[in-house]
Ligand binder design. Sequence first.
Ligand SMILES: [Zn+2]
Length: 165
Amino acid sequence: MPRCGLFKPAGVPCSSLDEIVLSVDEMEAMRLADLEGMYQEQAAQQMNISRQTFGRVIESARRKVAQALCQGQALRIEGGTVEVVTMRKFQCSECQHVWELPHGTGRPQECPKCASNNIHRAAEDRGCAGGRGRCHRHGAGGGMRRGGSVIVQNKPGKAGEGESA
Ligand SMILES: [Zn+2]
């Protein structure tokens, strides 16, 4: 499954692009038929759908991809069970160094720059918004899917002090 959920023409800002949404099924159908070179019957079986359905799905998929390529539109892959992941951002609380890691590589133990273990997910990333500490080395492992509350703490002394004059 693709790591990247959005394909777009280079150099065109998203805001001025039309987006075509390709479903995960369509993507999978195209992968099986066109990339793996399967017969439709075989591919349909693999996807647990009828051959007629497969025919419809693949036709729609090809039309969308052709449209995106020919008309310079963005293609978004959506739906189904695939989680669209990009990179996770971490930040070091000591030196403020920010770096990225792909999903599935596990949590970093220390800052690659200063080797401090006082690290947390960067603010613009999911979870861990703002705040200091709270997320670093918070129970070992399994950090990805922690639902529930994210505690946001204000940085002491940064804002709200000496603003009066
Ligand atoms: Zn650091």
